[in-house]
Design a protein around this ligand. Structure first.
Ligand code: HEM
Length: 500
């Protein structure tokens, strides 16, 4: 706790252990019920998330630790009050498992009905200190490592299916929605990479991705926006009461039957490796959550952001990427690009990290203070009480100019042009996986066990794209959840054209 004091003239200024002045946390929560409601409308409709925070930072003289309400508010959350951490330094408190309790905080100030998860509480909602967390996380870490060598081939197949469809669409109509195809083929990819066996689009049919998406909507609608027009109707339908879980029961039952089959080997192995540690049914529902929420939900957001930044990078960046990729995997070569190949592509790697820095796919992190503590930003220290909800809006932390020069700009070479030491220092602050990029998931922390797979998939995406195409053009519409990317042209690589 803060203890030191420094004199300035007659005044005594309380200092934090590292010598920063201790200040009262600015901001406030307003009038109960009405202010959280008004703030929700600002957040979703009148300002948008980024402006919601930026305007409050400006109102409080640049302070990046603030008291604010977070949606959904009434009637979902009993308590919308959070202490927001909006810079790279204070944000790090949320990554320190000894300081924050993450039980039930995955979706913020509300908790979805456990009916959506077969009555079980999924791993991602458990605190790192909960013994059930360690037992489940152990299985997930082992699974991700064991399946790593399936990722490149499974991604190669999904990439080819996606871009065959995009090319066909361009030939037919001249503009193709990337997100739609990505949504369909990344569900197949996720299941193939994690579990193997028959693809969901084959077993469940073309509606598999729509069923998975519907299940995600039933969990996330309280914090989703700009999906339904007009906005007052959306606010009423999404943010006022829970969509009843029985409306998605049949879809979830179909997904469960599929996973019970393709995950049978994983379930058997887990029972043998750790008898009695996790009931089979609980692990099955956790694997569904892992595949659809953690992995598929993540790729659904991440890959459109990656393509968005590539589209904005233009022909010059495309030419540099194509040169780098084809020095390792020639245009027109067959077989999926491998993980060993992308390891030799520094610009490709840098572009992927830069995307994860600019647009961390999960932008919101929450955790409750385990004890009274002092939170520091770059300029001051703030006292937080045990039990208070801490919240971080990650894009403001990872674009922080006090850590990253030109932090608000997408700099494709950022991680390729720096020395090894500098790159390591910067990667400490790339925290999309709920931990530093230099760290690793463990049984006791809350870092994503899919971290290395996700980075690999990003690299494979860029490499496959510029092996096959010289350049492309796409328009981008920013949206609260994921940008909508519409391809308007794809220029095939000369060597690839000869192979057609
Ligand atoms: C682009 C894709 C992905 C993104 C953006 C992503 C992001 C994240 C984030 C931010 C968290 C922490 C959530 C929190 O507590 O605030 C997390 C947790 C988790 N992720 Fe990922 N993830 C992705 C893919 C994957 C994959 C492929 C796996 C498969 C192994 C996976 C498995 C998990 C699990 C099991 C957790 C819970 C960890 C725990 O509670 O200790 N994720 N992920």
């Amino acid at each position: 706790m803060a203890s030191k004091r420094a004199s300035s003239g007659d005044e005594q200024q309380k200092l934090s252990p590292s010598g920063l002045p201790v200040r009262k946390i600015p901001g406030g929560y307003g009038v109960p019920f009405f202010s959280p409601l008004r703030d929700r409308l600002d957040y979703f409709y009148f300002q948008g998330a980024e402006e919601y925070f930026r305007s409050r930072i400006a109102r409080h003289g640049g302070a990046t630790v603030l008291r604010v309400n977070m949606p959904p508010g009434p009637f979902f959350s009993g308590d919308s009050r959070v202490v927001a951490l909006l810079d790279a330094r204070s944000f790090r408190v949320l990554l320190d498992d000894s300081r924050v309790d993450k039980a039930g905080t995955l979706d913020g100030t509300y908790m979805p009905s456990l009916e959506l998860f077969g009555g079980h509480c999924p791993l991602a909602f458990l605190d790192g200190a909960d013994p059930r967390h360690a037992a489940l996380k152990r299985v997930m870490i082992r699974l991700a490592a064991a399946r790593m060598h399936h990722v490149a081939a499974a991604f190669g197949a999904a990439f080819a299916a996606t871009f065959d469809a995009v090319e066909a669409g361009l030939a037919a109509s001249g503009a193709v929605d990337f997100n739609k195809h990505n949504m369909r083929h990344m569900l197949d990819f996720t299941c193939a990479a994690l579990l193997g066996g028959a693809l969901p689009s084959k077993v469940i049919g073309d509606a598999a991705a729509a069923k998975a998406f519907k299940w995600l909507v039933f969990q996330l609608h309280p914090i989703a926006s700009k999906a339904i027009k007009p906005w007052p109707l959306e606010d009423l339908l999404f943010h006022t009461f829970r969509l009843p879980p029985f409306l998605v029961r049949r879809d979830y039952a179909e997904l469960t039957a599929y996973f019970a089959d393709v995950a049978a080997g994983v379930l058997d192995d887990a029972e043998k490796a750790d008898p009695g540690a996790i009931p089979r049914d609980e692990l099955l529902h956790n694997l569904i959550f892992l595949a659809i929420f953690n992995a598929y939900g993540g790729y659904k957001i991440f890959l459109p952001h990656l393509v968005k930044w590539l589209a904005r990078g233009g022909a010059e960046l495309h030419a540099r990427l194509a040169d780098e990729v084809r020095a390792v995997v020639p245009a027109g070569s067959t077989g999926a690009v491998t993980l060993a190949a992308v390891e030799k592509m520094p610009l490709v790697k840098s572009v992927v990290w830069e995307t994860l820095r600019m647009d961390p796919p999960v932008g919101f992190q929450y955790g409750r203070a385990r004890r009274d503590m002092v939170v520091e930003n770059h300029d001051a220290a703030y006292e937080v009480k045990k039990g208070e909800m801490l919240f971080g809006y990650q894009p403001l932390a990872t674009r922080d100019e006090r850590v990253f020069q030109r932090g608000g700009e997408f700099v494709p070479d950022r991680f390729a042009a720096s020395s090894d030491d500098e790159r390591r220092r910067l990667l400490e602050h790339v925290v999309w996986s709920n931990g530093p990029e230099t760290g690793a998931a463990t049984e006791g922390n809350k870092q994503c066990p899919g971290k290395d797979t996700v980075v690999a998939v990003g690299r494979l995406m860029v490499a496959e794209l510029f092996r096959r195409y010289d350049t492309f053009a796409a328009s981008v519409e920013e949206n609260p959840l994921e940008p909508v990317v519409t391809f308007t042209s794809l220029t095939k690589a000369a060597a690839a054209r000869h192979c057609d």
